[in-house]
Design a protein around this ligand. Structure first.
Ligand SMILES: O=C(O)C(=O)Cc1ccccc1
Length: 302
């Protein structure tokens, strides 16, 4: 049985995602996203399940930062969960003055709180279930949690299915130490983090290399390098698998433009969207063109 570290404590949305991505494996809650990845880096866990992006609030910065630091990790699988919340309180609570949750969760229930708990004081916690623990311990009056939270904490349920934005969703990754890659499926996502040279047009150069090979981007985010003010790393997700020649060709080109380029994995997409392949960019097109170019170089051209 594999050991899977997940962003905890028990009862987070990430636990729900880990149950799907690593069914039947040993799931181990870890206090922060970064420590979940450290457990994998140090060999204490075989993989980590972490949130990466939310359809309402965007990326989870802690996940991007932890993916770009220390030794490389690669994403091998993903899942997307619909997000709605349960609001939990201690049994017998007469008045709710404080409500805690992960900042992404608080941002997604602001209207509900204004309408149902006007004037309540909101407190950011490290995760949704850390807020439930805080309620149990008397630190806050209520917590905005994942539906799975109450399997563990047995609090009073004030409301379920709470969400200002219907159809909100969060994507989660399963990351491992580098090794054998998942097989290409035709509906894959490849991720990299690029530290481009700090000069005019470098981001445009990177994007042109991808666009010029008909590669469709699925996400682009910038995070500060933390070392030099104004310097950024670019997190780029795009359609396709590194086993496909147009993707490998693009990565090789990106490498030439970057101070550092970290490969963050190629894995099947949870939504099953097939890779877009423009005319002339299929695997066979690259093979035929390479055979032709080789013949030209050898002087074998008919
Ligand atoms: O705190 C959690 O439960 C998480 O897994 C992070 C999160 C927070 C809000 C929405 C989706 C995921």
């Amino acid at each position: 049985m594999s050991r899977i570290a997940y962003f905890g404590p028990r009862g987070t949305f990430t636990e729900q995602a880990a149950r799907l991505l690593a069914a039947g494996e040993e799931l181990v809650p870890v206090e922060t996203v970064r420590l979940a990845m450290t457990a994998v880096r140090e060999g204490e866990a075989d993989a980590a399940c972490v949130p990466i992006e939310n359809s309402v609030e965007g990326v989870v910065p802690a996940t991007l930062d932890a993916l770009s630091e220390a030794s490389p990790l690669v994403a091998v699988a993903e899942t997307i969960l619909p997000i709605h919340f349960s609001v939990l309180t201690r049994p017998g609570t007469a008045q709710i003055r404080t409500v805690a949750s992960h900042p992404h969760a608080l941002a997604q229930v602001r209207e509900w709180l204004e309408a149902n708990l006007p004037g309540v004081h909101t407190v950011a916690s490290s995760s949704t279930s850390a807020a439930a623990v805080g309620v149990l311990e008397g630190d806050f009056d209520a917590a905005v949690c994942a539906p799975v939270a109450n399997e563990h904490y047995h609090l009073e349920v004030l409301a379920t299915e709470v969400a200002d934005v219907t159809d909100a969703a969060t994507r989660f990754l399963l990351v491992r130490r580098p090794g054998e890659l998942p097989e290409p499926t035709g509906a894959d996502r490849t991720s990299v983090v690029a530290a481009a040279a700090n000069r005019t047009g470098t981001l445009a150069e990177l994007l042109t290399e991808l666009a010029g090979r008909g590669i469709n981007l699925t996400r682009l985010d910038a995070r500060p390098t933390r070392s030099n003010f104004g310097e950024y790393r670019f997190f780029i997700d795009f359609e396709g698998h590194v086993a496909e020649p147009r993707v490998l060709d693009a990565l090789t080109a990106l490498r030439r433009h970057c101070r550092t380029l970290r490969f963050l994995g190629s894995h099947p997409r949870a939504d099953g969207t097939r890779n877009t392949i423009e005319a002339g960019f299929g695997n066979d097109d690259f093979v035929e063109a390479a055979v032709w170019a080789d013949a030209v170089r050898k002087g074998d051209m008919a």
